[in-house]
Design a protein around this ligand. Structure first.
Ligand code: CP3
Length: 344
């Protein structure tokens, strides 16, 4: 079991370890040659639902980089697959749904699926997480799920989109269907989180990656209550993350449900800390674009992020969004070493 004194869990409690804990969103995946090798011939969602494979992929970056936490290898659309919805992840593109959910009838069809079916079908998730946590010892594993809005952005559109017009449109064209869909997605993501917690995850992160496309008013009226429902009453610490959400940061605390809020590279962490106040840990926010810069440039940026993070009650070092697939993994290892005070 993870140690409650591990740097990540301390930082999530608002305690400040001497060095900030560090992990990376998308630390598992295509930046690692050992991942690319394991994935040959296996579709993404099949890999996610094969416990030994998902566990091994989760462990790869922890062994290689010495990060302070694992993030479970899976995807935000896995619980929708477990619900029986036809979804595939197209390489280089993202999640694609055979039957987009656009009309009131579509919403009624999908929300008729009992979220308890997702919990029942989540055995491979519990198993994979159990295999990982048995290996990890003191190091915590972070479980995750997609927030209702970010899932809806794919499900309503049928695939990736830039401004998520159809999902945002449904909020105003048919608010009743929107709330029914988002409320159902909250329960489905919650079942996915609960399976990971049952398997031994020590913390969870809710990804609302595309919340930055929303106005503050729409975020409050149509989105935050459902995200709060997905995270409410969970017994492990909670991180809430979005991209382009500088204006939404205070709302992303969800009234204190979130122990930490993830910040993208656009908002300096000292500004984020003052927006979030004294009761919230900040996570972030190395600019992924700088991962290819000469080391002295990147190192100075990392130091600046760490220095600004001191304005918050506690800081978890991470990127402002996921690891780009073409990242040199040696650079990530070097960032971890620097955050830990080991070298250069
Ligand atoms: O290491 C980790 O962070 C854990 C694994 C993880 C994946 N997806 C694996 C994955 C996590 C936390 C996610 C969450 C996820 N999935 C989000 C939220 C995080 C974010 O980046 O904003 C979103 C929006 C998705 C939807 C999704 N799945 C996209 C946009 C893509 C990329 C498509 C592509 O090929 O560029 C995926 C596929 C995906 N999820 C991959 C991985 C490793 C790549 C698939 C592959 O390796 O073949």
């Amino acid at each position: 079991m993870a140690s409650p004194d591990s740097p990540l869990l301390r930082a999530l409690r608002g305690d400040r370890p001497e060095r900030p804990p560090v992990w990376f969103m998308r630390q598992a995946g295509r930046s690692l040659p050992e991942y690319r090798e394991l994935r040959v011939g296996t579709r993404m969602l099949d890999a996610c639902l094969t416990p030994e494979l998902a566990a091994e992929i989760t462990l790869q970056p922890i062994r290689r980089h010495g990060v302070d936490a694992g993030i479970f290898f899976s995807d935000i659309v896995v619980p929708l697959r477990l619900a029986g919805i036809a979804v595939e992840i197209e390489p280089g593109r993202g999640p694609v749904f055979a039957d987009p959910v656009r009309t009131a009838d579509d919403v009624a069809r999908v929300t008729a699926i009992d979220p308890a079916d997702v919990a029942a079908a989540a055995t491979p998730i519990r198993e994979a997480v159990g295999l990982v946590t048995a290996e990890l010892g003191d190091t915590p594993l972070i479980g995750f799920a997609g927030a209702p809005f970010t899932l809806a952005a794919y499900l309503v559109e049928g695939g990736p989109s830039k401004e998520h017009l159809r999902a945002r449109g449904m909020m105003h064209a048919d608010p009743e269907s929107w709330h029914r869909l988002a409320g159902w997605l909250a329960l489905v993501s919650r079942a996915f989180l609960d399976a990971q917690i049952a398997g031994g995850a020590s913390a969870v992160q809710l990804f609302d990656s595309w919340a930055g496309s929303l106005s503050i008013a729409d975020y409050r009226a149509f989105v935050a209550p459902h995200s709060a429902q997905a995270l409410g009453g969970i017994i492990v610490p909670r991180i809430h993350f979005g991209v382009g959400t500088g204006a939404l940061l205070p709302d992303m605390r969800l009234g204190g449900i979130a122990d930490a809020v993830g910040v993208d590279w656009r908002t300096p962490l000292d500004e984020a800390a003052s927006a979030l106040g004294p009761d919230t840990t900040v996570q972030g926010n190395i600019d992924p674009a700088l991962l290819g810069a000469p080391w002295p440039v990147l190192a100075a940026h990392v130091d600046d992020v760490i220095a600004r993070g001191r304005a918050a009650r506690a800081h978890i070092l991470n990127l402002g969004h996921g690891v780009p697939p073409d990242t040199d993994p040696a650079v990530l290892t070097r960032i971890v070493a620097r955050a830990h005070g080991d070298v250069e």
